[in-house]
Structure formats: structure tokens, C-alpha cells
Design a protein around this ligand. Structure first.
Ligand SMILES: Nc1ncnc2c1ncn2[C@@H]1O[C@H](COP(=O)(O)OP(=O)(O)OP(=O)(O)O)[C@@H](O)[C@H]1O
Length: 247
């Protein structure tokens, strides 16, 4: 599927190797009166773990929002491989404390796209929700209100919601930030397993260790692409010190 936004200029024919899930071409995006992403052209490889790395404010969340379809670019082109709509797990701070939902209801929302808002959950829906909650270790929190959970617990519930969507493209905004080492390890293993099972995973992260362990990396600086490719080629001391240079 190709989605074009203003000012599209046709590019060269797409090469099919390596396989990619998303091709981003000449992307501009941001917020009213605040351009953020500028002329970004990049590939997100299929069936791989890609990290978005860059300083605070470099545009990682904005780019994820564009890939998830919640932010409309001002121009450029996004081309997705065939597949299901992406599952998006925003930063936990982006989800209101006051939502009157239990943890289980929050995870069940992940099934809405599949079954519609008003249909009762099927047995399959319930099994998918049970399995997602078990994988994230939040089964015991099912009846608790989302707003009364700790930050790390809420994060895991939101990831379970993403998992319940059973998409082949999972987008996560800083999924391990603020988690204790055990929870971080659980999520790292889970994401690795998902890739092995055929999911394309993209995560924004400040965790350079996680970024170095991924298959690919997009390095952002001030809304522009500074580097892309295997982490050992992108996350070099020179590149990192350049974009993290104090202003
Ligand atoms: N809703 C919004 N309205 C206006 N500007 C915004 C909005 N959200 C983010 N921005 C601005 O867009 C720029 C990029 O922000 P973004 O959240 O994409 O960066 P980031 O790389 O994810 O940062 P961080 O590492 O701090 O999460 C920043 O200057 C930020 O202030």
C-alpha cells in the first residue's frame, strides 16, 4: 500500500532486496506551526527489529506517529508491505491517568479493530487477550484501574494491548523506559520472539544497548536522518558525539 502526501515526485523503481516493510520517501511532518521531520527518506526492513535513536526532541515519536497513521505528514510518501494495520504502543505518559478502564479492558481495546467496537468479544478474542496479558505478566492486574497502576505496570498493559492486535507491524515508543531490569528483560525477549515469529518491530529508544542489539537503526538529529543501517555502522562514536553535542 502506498500513501502519498503533497508534492510527490516519483522515485526510482523499488528494489526488493533486502525485503522491507515500509519505504519512507521525502517525508515532512510535524505539528501546526512546528515542522519536525524534514525530507526523511529511509527503509524499515521487514521481519526485523529497527530502533529509532536520537536526542530528546529529534522527532522519534513524531516519526512513529506518522508510521502508525496518527500524524498526517505534510508531504512525502509512505509505502507499506501488504499486511495488517500497524499496532502502535505510545509512550505511557501519552495515555491519560483518568481513563476509567481496567487493565483487562485496556488490553481488550486491542481487539476493537478486529471485531468492531460494539460486538461482544468472541472466545478467540478472550484467548488472545489472555495470552497477551500472560506474556507481559499482567494477568494479576486484570481488575485494577489503569490509572492506579505504577508506570511500569501500565507500560506492560499498553504493550499487551499492542500485542492483542496481532499485527505484523508493531510500533513502540520507548517501551522499556522506566522499567525495572526484570520487566525490561521480559520485554526485550518478547520483542525478539515476535520478530522471530514474523513481526516487524520498530521502537523508539534511548537505550543504546538495545539499539546495538537490533537489526537496524535510524539515527535522527533535529528531525533529519543522520544515518541508517546496521547499528554497528550507524551508532559510531563520531555520529553519536555529533548529534549529542551540546548546543
Ligand atoms: N503535540 C505536539 N505539538 C507541538 N509540538 C510537538 C508536539 N509533540 C512534540 N512536539 C515537538 O516536536 C519535536 C519532536 O518531538 P518528538 O516527541 O517527536 O521527539 P522525540 O525524539 O520523540 O523526543 P523524546 O526523546 O524526548 O521523546 C519537539 O520539538 C517537540 O517539542
Amino acid at each position: 500500500m502506498t500513501i502519498m502526501f503533497n508534492k510527490h515526485r516519483p522515485g526510482p523503481p523499488d528494489a526488493e532486496t533486502p525485503p522491507r516493510h515500509i519505504r519512507i520517501t521525502d517525508l515532512d511532518a510535524g505539528y501546526p506551526g512546528r515542522p519536525v521531520i524534514r525530507q526523511l527518506t529511509a527503509d524499515i526492513p521487514a521481519l526485523a527489529m529497527t530502533t529509532l535513536v536520537g536526542p530528546n526532541g529529534s522527532g522519534k515519536s513524531t516519526l512513529l506517529g506518522v508510521l502508525a497513521g496518527v500524524i498526517t505528514p505534510t508531504s512525502g510518501r509512505l509505502r507499506y508491505a501488504q499486511g495488517r494495520p500497524p499496532a502502535f504502543v505510545p509512550q505511557r505518559g501519552a495515555v491519560g491517568d483518568a481513563l476509567p478502564l481496567t487493565a483487562r479492558q485496556t488490553v481488550e481495546m486491542g481487539r476493537w479493530g478486529e471485531r468492531g467496537l460494539w460486538r461482544r468479544p468472541s472466545r478467540h478474542d478472550r484467548e488472545v487477550v489472555d495470552s497477551a496479558m500472560a506474556r507481559l505478566g499482567v494477568t494479576d492486574l486484570a481488575a485494577r484501574q489503569l490509572g492506579e497502576l505504577s508506570g511500569g505496570q501500565r507500560q506492560r498493559v499498553l504493550i499487551a494491548q499492542g500485542l492483542a492486535q496481532q499485527s505484523d507491524l508493531l510500533l513502540l515508543d520507548e517501551p522499556t523506559t522506566g522499567l525495572d531490569p526484570g520487566s525490561r528483560e521480559r520485554i526485550t525477549v518478547l520483542l525478539t520472539d515476535l520478530v522471530a515469529d514474523g513481526t516487524t518491530v520498530v521502537q523508539a529508544t534511548h537505550d543504546l544497548e538495545a539499539a546495538r542489539a537490533a537489526d537496524a537503526c535510524l539515527l535522527l538529529g533535529d528531525g533529519r536522518l543522520v544515518g541508517q543501517g546496521p547499528p554497528e555502522q550507524v551508532l559510531t562514536p563520531t555520529a553519536l558525539s555529533r548529534i549529542w553535542q551540546p548546543a
